[in-house]
Every structure is written in structure tokens, then in C-alpha cells.
Design a protein. Structure first.
Length: 347
């Protein structure tokens, strides 16, 4: 579902603090995870794992929630083995170029007066129209859906909308660039040397925060004002504000690990938690459940989201007391290795 309407001040705050920052963190974390898998298991097993993740993402996108990111991550992850032999400096250069590539693409499209994602946009609304979905009922369709069949009509057009979002936002090069940064962190095992690197982390935190936070206000102004300086400048503002501030968030967590320690159980069950949140959203916000989607204000929705995550944390802690992996992690691992794996911990 689209987000509820919010005031301009709240919207600007969201763009400053939230927009893009956590997908930046998630992408870098995926890159770190990819480096561990590639170093331990090799390219063939890694590609098999990515293919299974792609299928999981496709099912999630088509049948559960159109906001899926796993499909994109799996597709981007499959490109990583092409660059594993590159030197660190080359990989870092490629990461910067990929993150900045949308600026060049938007500048070229603006100069030519074209919209490269237009075919997907038109396909999206053709599919929506075939299901009776219009601008007038778009925001309330899922709230009013009283059966999965009605909900699925929205999911069909939403899957195409998601592809349009990826294409119009040039999401693939951004994600792969962030993967490279995470891969470099993992390949050099920086995550295992936090105490040793604490002075460098503190310095990097100050610089990324000093660069990202002020520029995020400019980026928020551009978002709220409909990109008054054009798409290319807006993309540049995204690259120089969102990415540094997202990295600053990560570095801040590294400097203050102890308060975040209770989150480790959810981290070990990230896939199960991610899909679980989608299912919880259906139950709470869609018409097939409680239908709270458009009846709650933004603050109440945030409270519900926090409550869902707290419940997940408790369930993850309880689950991992008895089992080795999360349920979806267990299935993903078995499909990857092609063999049965014991789930329950040995007594």
C-alpha cells in the first residue's frame, strides 16, 4: 500500500532521517554476507544460493507484498563473482562509479527528453486498469479487499509497479555499488576488528555524518519540492547525502554495540523476520485482516511497526533457544546444499 498522506514538515523529516538510509545499510550488510559465503563456499554454491533467493523474492513479490527487495538483491548478487578477483582499490572505484551512474543516466535522459522507464509505467497502469484499479481507489484497494483473490489483483499490478520503481530509480547500479562496499568490508574482515579500528571508525563516523546530514536537508527539500533542479541533480543529492548518512548510521552502531546486542537474534533470522513482517502487515493493514491500512495515522502506524518488531525479537530469541536456524533460513540452507539438515539443537 502507498503511505498515508502526511504533512510537508513530517515528509521532510522522513527524507532527512529515513529515506534510503536503511536500504543503504541493508545493501552493505548483504555485501558483507556475500563475501563470507564466497570465501567459505565458493562461487558455485553462492550462485545457487542467489538463485534460490531470487525465487523466494519472486514469490514474495507476486503473492505477498509488492515492496520486495530480495529479487533485486539476488539479481545484483549474481554479478559479484565477476569482480571477486579485483583489487580493493578497483572495487572501491567501481562502487563509487556505480553509485554515481544514475546521475549520468538521468542527465542523459533529461538531455534527450526521454523517460527510459516509461514502458514499465504504462504497462503498470494497463494492468491496474484491467483489474479495475484507478487513481481514485488505489490507496484504499487493499484496505477494502475482503478476499485474497481481490488482494491478488492488486499484487499483479503492484509487481509491475515495483519493476518500474527499480528502473526509474536506477536501483540496480546503486545496490551493486553498495554490495561492493560491503564485500570490501567482509573481505578485509573489518567487522571482526571493531575494537582495533575504533579510532578510524570514529573518524569515519564524524566525516560521513558531517557530509551526509546537511546534504540530506537539501535532498529532502528537493524531494518535497518535486525535484526543482531536475532529475540529475536530485540523483546527485541522493548519492552524496543518503549513502554517507546511511554509512554514518552503521558506524554509529559499531561505536555503540552494547545497546544493540538484543537485536542479534533477529539478525540471525533476518529472512524469516522480513517475510514475517510482510505477513503481519497483511493481517493488520489489509481488508483480509483488520483493515487498519488507511484508518491509522502515521504515528500510530510507526507504533504498530515497533510493536511488531518487538514481538519478532521475543519470538526469535525463543526460537533460537531450541533451534539452530530460523525456519526460512533452514529451508534456504537445505535447498542450497541439496540435503537434509537438522534443525533442532542437540540437547
Amino acid at each position: 500500500m502507498r503511505q498515508p498522506s502526511i504533512g510537508p514538515t513530517t515528509a521532510k523529516q522522513r527524507y532527512v532521517v529515513l529515506d534510503g538510509k536503511f536500504y543503504t545499510i541493508f545493501s552493505i550488510l548483504f555485501g558483507i554476507g556475500f563475501s563470507i559465503i564466497l570465501s567459505r563456499r565458493g562461487v558455485r554454491l553462492f550462485l545457487r544460493r542467489m538463485l534460490i533467493l531470487l525465487l523466494i523474492g519472486l514469490v514474495h513479490l507476486l503473492f505477498i507484498w509488492n515492496g520486495d527487495i530480495l529479487l533485486l538483491y539476488a539479481a545484483g548478487g549474481m554479478l559479484l563473482p565477476l569482480f571477486v578477483r579485483c583489487r580493493d582499490r578497483v572495487l572501491l572505484t567501481l562502487a563509487v562509479l556505480l553509485i554515481l551512474l544514475p546521475v549520468a543516466l538521468d542527465a542523459w535522459a533529461q538531455w534527450r527528453g526521454i523517460d527510459m522507464a516509461a514502458p514499465l509505467y504504462h504497462a503498470w497502469w494497463r494492468q491496474a486498469a484491467s483489474s479495475g484499479i484507478t487513481e481514485a481507489n488505489f490507496a484504499t484497494w487493499l484496505r477494502d479487499a475482503d478476499s485474497y483473490a481481490v488482494m491478488f489483483e492488486f499484487l499483479k499490478q503492484g509487481a509491475i509497479e515495483r519493476m518500474w520503481e527499480f528502473a526509474s530509480g536506477h536501483r540496480l547500479p546503486k545496490v551493486v555499488g553498495l554490495f561492493f562496499i560491503g564485500y570490501l568490508i567482509g573481505r578485509n574482515r573489518l567487522y571482526a576488528r571493531l575494537d582495533e579500528l575504533r579510532p578510524q571508525i570514529r573518524t569515519a563516523f564524524v566525516w560521513t555524518l558531517a557530509a551526509g546530514l546537511p546534504l540530506s536537508f537539501v535532498y529532502a527539500w528537493s524531494c518535497a519540492g518535486g525535484q526543482p533542479w531536475g532529475a540529475a541533480v536530485h540523483s546527485l543529492l541522493y548519492a552524496v547525502s543518503v549513502v554517507p548518512l546511511g554509512i554514518a548510521y552503521m558506524l554509529g552502531v559499531c561505536l555503540l554495540l552494547r545497546p544493540f546486542e538484543p537485536l542479534r537474534h533477529a539478525g540471525r533470522m533476518a529472512l524469516s523476520c522480513y517475510i514475517g513482517q510482510s505477513l503481519a502487515g497483511i493481517v493488520l493493514f489489509y481488508g483480509v485482516g483488520f483493515g487498519w491500512g488507511t484508518s491509522l495515522g502515521l504515528v500510530h502506524i510507526e507504533i504498530v511497526a515497533v510493536a511488531v518488531f518487538v514481538v519478532e525479537l521475543l519470538l526469535c530469541r525463543l526460537w533460537l533457544h531450541y533451534f539452530k536456524f530460523g525456519p526460512l533460513e533452514w529451508i534456504w540452507r537445505m535447498l542450497t546444499y541439496g540435503m537434509w539438515l537438522s534443525l533442532r539443537k542437540d540437547k
